[in-house]
Write a protein that binds this ligand. Sequence first.
Ligand code: RIB
Ligand code: CA
Length: 320
Amino acid sequence: MQRILIDTDPGVDDALAILLALLSPELQIEALTTVCGNVPVTQGTENLLRILEVLDLAEFPLIAQGEAQPLVKPLVTAAHVHGDDGLGNISQLRNADGRPVYPPADTHISPTSGVDLILEMVTRYPDELTLVALGPLTNVAKAIRKDPVKMQRLQKIVVMGGVFEDYGNVTTTAEFNIFVDPHAAQEVFQSNVPIDIAPLDATHQVVLTGERLHAELDGRSDSISRFLKDATHACMEFYRQHVGFWGFHIHDALPIGMLTHPEYFESVAADVQVETEGVLTNGVTVSDLRPERRSPHPNAQVCIKVAADAFLDHFFQRLQ
Ligand code: RIB
Ligand code: CA
């Protein structure tokens, strides 16, 4: 069993990743921290509570709210992709009696900051804890700044972010999580903490079509199936209009799968740097992944190939 802390900017695909992690017996979620990204961090925290309410949890992981602004750049959000509330606008859904269909869980939010909860968890579980970063790396970078020695006791950081030999999803060349806070990403990648990266090169291989989602979920009335249909509707419509297919990429679910089923993923060692000064290239993750050009001083394992069908089948098996 692997102890993990999930740092997240929920976010529709974050929600799927969090549900998958909670339903993965291989993982013990010790804590969750929220960070600015898809939505402002206060909305992200409210969304996290909505996601946790979907499952009838006997007990909740520790939860703390993280940073509201990137290290240097002004915050850029993605409500146009994830819906105004960041979860497909499910916060507006009401039952016949007028009560919210998806109320936030009534559980304790730690008074400590997200950064301090990360450091507390590393202290409690030295050399045992994996940090799964599903949003911009602001919290992680600030934890490293605050106690770089302590953060070396992380087992590793698994990051959804970056793009190398594919197109970006924010600019032509940059992926959202890194683009939002490139300074944080550069500091994390140079921190000497072991890092696994699931870039768009990998997450674009796993396409959840609307047809597959409905084939799996139609006729099911359980809370997870209802949530998956309700929360993904807006995102899939965005993809239909702007990406060219009805469905979406379940980006953030891949780091969870990399922990529980590494056999579905192939990675290469790489030296990854992040452009923090460029105008057209801000947030670009730079690494030469050609076999003959790989760095003798790698700082990350970069996932380049996914057994996409097997992982999608696994995803639906776990969520049902
Ligand atoms: O580029 C995809 C990433 O950006 C995902 O983590 C998504 O949730 C957004 O945060
Ligand atoms: Ca995310």
